[in-house]
Design a binder for this molecule. Structure first.
Ligand code: UFG
Length: 325
């Protein structure tokens, strides 16, 4: 059977997607350099350890496996770091993606699902963001994703590359069976940091800004369960395999939760005392990022199963209790 290549498949969203595809009967090959990925997240499929910068390695991987489609996650993701080190971001996220696309073309692999981000929209001009909202990336990280989106679209026009570009809102939660979950080094994301505080690994959670123009003054985000995200990748692959049009899809639940609401829910779920410290705004944060994901629902038939933020935090809590033991 022909296989699905997952770059960055040892990372957070990549490993959940590897599980989802394997459960749905796909043969997967994971390509990861383990710079941020985790060897213990490699539970499904075959593993190719190497770097997208290495074109000979890529050629070899495509020659040894019968790959018919690619899901491309491998990228650096820290917004703040990208501002300080844009070269790292453009080389890894853009140049190395060109290597991947070149190797795909040389091997006649015509379908790709690309991991993009709501960060390509920049400052929201409407309460919810649909795919046709203007694009205004605010960081080299967001620009790197935006640039790759364009390259993929251009390759589609010129070479027939079929693509689904998926713009995630805030990926959160963990595999309900806790086989994999969220583990970043260093951790910067809100929910893991709150749960580390509940576990006593950190003393407090800092709230970055309490003077936003939002109901309680803290930022609103659209948290989307990582398993629901992973299913959207499977559906996007099926859409392309069935001859569906190349397209761009937002992935979120369409509900904004404030930082304080997330902390309160985590207190309920964990029963723990979660001390809070309020601090200045973090540079580059939007007051609110909430999706309209109607297109993914209508075209891909995507239906999030863990849309409740309690469910998101409960699955993350189960994972963190296991992972941080
Ligand atoms: N926050 C805090 N304290 C913390 C960490 C975060 O108050 O210690 C706040 C942030 O200010 C933000 C919210 O919690 O309002 C969520 O922050 P995260 O860092 O968890 O997530 P972001 O919304 O900043 O980032 C996510 C993805 C990025 C992506 C971005 C925009 O992780 O990759 O959404 O799409 F670029």
């Amino acid at each position: 059977m022909s296989k699905t290549l997952i770059t960055g498949g040892a990372g957070y969203i990549g490993s959940h997607t590897a599980k989802t595809l394997a459960v749905r009967g796909r043969d997967v090959v994971i390509l990861d350099n383990l710079s941020y990925g985790h060897r213990d997240f490699l539970k499904w499929g075959e593993f190719e350890e190497g770097d997208l910068a290495d074109t000979a390695f890529l050629k070899d991987v495509f020659s040894r496996h019968d790959i018919e489609e690619v899901v491309h996650f491998a990228a650096f993701i820290a917004v703040g770091e990208s501002v300080a080190e844009p070269r790292m971001y453009y080389e890894n996220n853009v140049r190395n993606t060109l290597n991947l696309l070149g190797a795909m073309q040389d091997a006649d692999v015509e379908r790709i699902v690309f991991s993009s981000t709501a960060a390509v929209y920049g400052e929201p001009q409407t309460a919810t963001l649909a795919e046709d909202h203007p694009l205004a990336p605010l960081s080299p990280y967001a620009w790197s994703k935006r640039m790759v989106e364009q390259v993929i679209r251009d390759y589609g026009e010129a070479y027939g590359l079929k693509s689904a570009i998926l713009r995630y809102f805030n990926a959160a939660g963990a595999d309900p069976a806790a086989e994999v979950g969220e583990r970043h080094q260093p951790e910067t994301h809100l929910i893991p940091l709150i749960l580390h505080t509940a576990l006593g690994i950190r003393e407090s959670i800092k709230i970055f800004g309490t003077d936003y123009d939002t109901p309680d003054g803290t930022c609103l985000r659209d948290y989307i369960h990582v398993t629901d995200l992973s299913v959207a990748h499977a559906l996007a692959l099926e859409h392309l395999a069935n001859g569906g049009e190349s397209d761009i899809f937002n992935l979120g639940n369409g509900n904004g939760f404030s930082v304080r609401e997330v902390i309160d829910m985590a207190r309920e779920v964990t029963g723990g005392n979660i001390p809070v410290e309020t601090t200045e705004r973090r540079a580059g944060d939007s007051p609110a990022l909430v999706s309209s994901s109607e297109k993914a629902r209508n075209i891909l038939g995507w239906q999030p199963q863990h849309a409740d933020v309690r469910d998101i935090i409960e699955t993350a809590w189960k994972w963190h209790q296991k992972d941080c033991r």
